[in-house]
Design a protein around this ligand. Structure first.
Ligand SMILES: [Zn+2]
Length: 106
């Protein structure tokens, strides 16, 4: 008696990535998904909300080649990013420039 596993025909379509649930964007909208910037051979990528593209979080991709894994990591970083209460959302402040001390000429 031979038991063969049932053969499932592979569908000729690109694998659909599953977008994990993501939180509201600081801009006040719920993004349909995340736009992911993933430079080749980079350890870190960047994810932006599809709503405005103004807000982005950096996430650690850790060289994974799996797009689903990248999306999952990006979504987690997005959800974990600190947000101000919805009533008061300010854009992040730019990093303060190094304090230039007045030069004392001698
Ligand atoms: Zn947004």
């Amino acid at each position: 008696m031979s038991s063969r596993p049932p053969t499932i025909p592979l569908q000729q379509q690109p694998p659909k990535l599953e977008q994990p649930p993501i939180k509201m964007c600081p801009c006040g909208q719920f993004p349909d998904g995340l736009l992911i910037e993933m430079p080749e051979r980079a350890k870190y990528g960047r994810a932006m909300g599809s709503c405005c593209g103004d807000w982005s979080v950096e996430f650690r991709n850790n060289y994974t080649q799996d797009p689903q894994e990248t999306l999952t990591r990006a979504s987690k970083a997005w959800n974990d990013a600190p947000r101000a209460p919805e009533s008061d959302v300010f854009p992040p402040e730019p990093a303060a420039p190094p304090s230039a001390e007045p030069e004392t000429s001698h």
